[in-house]
Design a protein around this ligand. Structure first.
Ligand SMILES: [Zn+2]
Length: 123
């Protein structure tokens, strides 16, 4: 089974000047510390749904590593059992509630799911 790329994107919006940008400690425009963040998932229209738990698992894994958090640390901030985080990252399906708690524990404030990437190839 080939796993398609889910193409997560993560962005931070500066509270002060409103600039949307890739995750970084300080705003590229006004140099203030950044707070708000969200991530979105672009799902190809022809996505094999059987792949979804694995894709979500690798996304959570990536976000966790980018924040330099252990599974135990994420378990604490999100009130999710560490073994459940391990199962999720290994491609087992978990409930939406667990995902939302993990997102909160990772400092994510909004999640978007989008089918198809909505971009045109022109230009
Ligand atoms: Zn700014």
């Amino acid at each position: 089974m080939t796993i398609p790329k889910l193409m997560p994107f993560e962005a931070i919006v500066c509270d002060h000047c409103g600039l949307k940008q890739y995750p970084r400690p300080r705003c590229a425009r006004c140099q203030r510390q950044l707070g708000l963040r969200y991530f979105g998932l672009e799902m190809p229209r022809d996505l094999n749904h059987a792949c979804l738990p694995q894709l979500i698992g690798s996304l959570v894994h990536d976000l966790r590593l980018r924040r330099k958090m252990s599974q135990a640390a994420l378990g604490q901030t999100s009130a999710v059992n560490r073994s459940m985080i391990s199962r999720l990252e290994n491609g087992h399906a978990v409930s939406l509630m667990v995902l939302l708690r993990l997102a909160a524990g990772l400092g994510v404030e909004e999640i978007y799911f989008r089918v198809g990437n909505g971009r045109s190839k022109s230009g």
